[in-house]
Design a protein around this ligand. Structure first.
Ligand code: OAD
Length: 286
């Protein structure tokens, strides 16, 4: 079943901060971590919602939908190029590093991140233990066919002729094709416009990535589930967290603010992720 990027309306819920106490070491065997924009906030990347969030001043309908791209691809590319550049210039923080450390110590581990940045990876997370469920901002893919191109480890620009790997020669035709294209890249297979490899509003989640989450959840439940830095706006985030912790696993929420998930958490940590996660991970692995 394909999940789509649709909003879930949740009631406003009261919650109490709970102390982290009495941790049982065996819980660390199987771990699911779910992250959102708040985890990258202390690296200097704005969140989407909240007072300094992107969606406070920018209209997602003009920037993060297939319709917006069809209407004004230059504007959309401009926004994503600026974000690529910004992400390229910042560093992972202690929260990203703590998650990577936990991954190394857990028996089984999966990170599901809604973040399209590469900070988890740069902090040491293996791609095999990580699902970028909303895509990868450094991936460039065709707006029409299956062609895609993985970015150059932080390149601020979409690929162009200079990105051609000599042995493949495949990307030679990605250069702009006419004056009116500006510097918009085109697909070497079908000549359609290339676009950022992220999930836009109204689009289905990537089937392969969704399946990886499902496989992990179906294999067994988790002793520890950490949900950090997300408003949990999307129903599938709550669903995955609850299913993973269904057999009595701890559900730890790290977020300075209340979310629709808070009422289900066994532990609420109302602190920034870069402060709380290193401590929580130390507690879990020591
Ligand atoms: P949001 O911007 O909706 O939420 C960020 C969350 O992080 C909020 O709940 C904040 O309270 C929390 N937060 C802020 N600073 C924090 C910090 N230092 N430490 C921990 N938490 C902090 O971001 P997401 O929930 O990730 O989709 O948004 C989900 C999706 O909506 C995004 O992936 C994006 C957006 O539209 C796509 O781009 C497809």
């Amino acid at each position: 079943m394909l999940a789509t990027l649709t909003l879930v309306i949740a009631p406003s819920l009261a919650a109490t901060d709970l102390e982290i106490v009495g941790y049982c070491r065996s819980y660390v065997v199987r771990v699911l971590v779910i992250t959102g924009a708040g985890v990258s906030a202390e690296s200097g990347i704005p969140t989407f919602r909240g007072k300094d969030g992107y969606w406070r001043n920018l209209d997602p309908i003009k920037l993060a939908t297939a319709e917006a791209f069809a209407r004004d691809p230059e504007l959309v590319w401009k926004w994503y190029r600026e974000r690529r550049q910004h992400i390229h210039n910042v560093q992972p923080n202690a929260g990203h590093e703590a998650i990577a450390r936990l991954a190394q110590r857990a028996g089984e581990f999966l990170l599901v991140t809604q973040n399209v940045d590469d900070l988890h990876e740069r902090a040491g997370m293996a791609k095999t233990e990580m699902v970028q469920i909303h895509g990868d901002i450094f991936l460039t893919k065709c707006s029409h066919c299956d062609f895609s191109y993985a970015g150059r480890g932080g390149s601020p620009e979409p690929p162009d002729a200079s990105a051609v790997e000599p042995e493949s020669g495949r990307l030679g035709s990605i250069a702009p094709t006419s004056e009116s294209d500006g510097n918009l890249p085109r697909c070497p297979e079908c000549n359609s416009l290339l676009r950022p490899g992220v999930v836009w509003f109204g689009e289905p989640l990537p089937a392969r990535e969704t399946q990886r989450v499902e496989n992990y959840l179906q294999r067994d439940s988790c002793g520890v589930v950490i949900v950090a830095g997300t408003t949990a706006t999307f129903g599938y985030i709550i669903d995955w967290a609850l299913r993973a912790s269904r057999r009595g696993g701890q559900l730890i929420e790290v977020n300075p603010e209340e979310t629709p998930l808070s009422r289900f958490a066994t532990r609420l940590v109302r602190e920034p992720a870069a402060v709380a996660l290193p401590r929580i991970v130390d507690q879990l692995i020591n």
